[in-house]
Design a protein around this ligand. Structure first.
Ligand SMILES: [Zn+2]
Length: 256
């Protein structure tokens, strides 16, 4: 699953291909994605020029010269693959943007859960998002103030993009492990010292992840996907529970 560091890397790659270029064609190849972007609507992007590429949380935005926006979200298995117009399309290409200089970028996604949508000028395609976890304006004090107003256990609360943008299932578990916090704890019960550890854990986890690729496997994780294996800190057995429909991996011994 692409998490914030992978989406950031994808946005950097997209920026390198798309910046300043005029869109020659935007084709949606899979019916699931066509529900979000009809052929008629896709045509609205043709002839427009990419002024900037922005990442917010796990959202990618192509800001166009007309003021319109193309919004892409990878969901579970999406990624960009760049190439040249006329090359055979990569496997699982679900949409393709062709540029007037003969380059193109394909949205590849084995599960076809990704989306790409076009939004007219003045319409923001983004839901309400909290600040980026890496934003220095986020402090333990400000995060604690947000958490203190939340009901429910800390792990699902961390997945709420209105709390912090971009934190997904893998890194929420990793950050809680780093912070030695029980994922079942009520978000509102965390002390300032604990929120300090949590924020440090989130930032450490994201910084560490930004150096690797998400398809490298799970060896690089401290706790995620390690059910039944020894905790890397205390050697107790890592357990898995389900919270809000998602798996949470944690060490009941050293996460309190
Ligand atoms: Zn442990």
């Amino acid at each position: 699953v692409p998490e914030l560091p992978e989406v950031e890397r994808a946005a950097v790659a997209l920026r390198a291909v798309a910046m300043g270029k005029t869109i020659e064609a935007l084709r949606v190849l899979h019916p699931a994605l066509r529900r979000g972007l009809s052929a008629a609507r896709a045509k609205r992007a043709v002839g427009d020029r990419v002024e900037s590429v922005e990442r917010r949380g796990k959202h990618q935005l192509l800001h166009l010269a007309s003021g319109a926006t193309l919004h892409a979200h990878f969901r579970m298995t999406g990624d960009w693959e760049s190439g040249r117009v006329g090359d055979p399309l990569p496997a699982y290409a679900r949409a393709v943007i062709e540029f007037s200089d003969g380059t193109r970028v394909a949205l590849v996604d084995p599960r076809a859960l990704s989306s790409i949508t076009w939004h007219p000028p003045g319409v923001s395609p983004l839901p309400t998002l909290g600040p980026e976890a890496t934003d220095p304006a986020v402090t333990a004090e400000s995060l604690r103030a947000v958490l203190s107003r939340r009901r429910g256990p800390i792990k699902p609360v961390l997945l709420d993009q209105r709390v912090l943008a971009g934190l997904g299932n893998i890194y929420a578990a990793e950050a809680l492990w780093q912070a030695r916090i029980d994922p079942r704890r009520a978000a509102s019960s965390l002390t300032l010292a604990e929120v300090k550890r949590l924020l440090a854990g989130i930032r450490k986890t994201l910084a560490k992840a930004s150096g690797s690729r998400y398809r490298e496997g799970t060896d690089r994780f401290e706790v995620y996907d390690r059910e039944g294996k020894p905790c890397r800190r205390c050697a107790s057995t890592v357990e898995r529970i389900t919270q809000a429909g998602r798996s949470t991996y944690w060490c009941p011994e050293c996460q309190r």
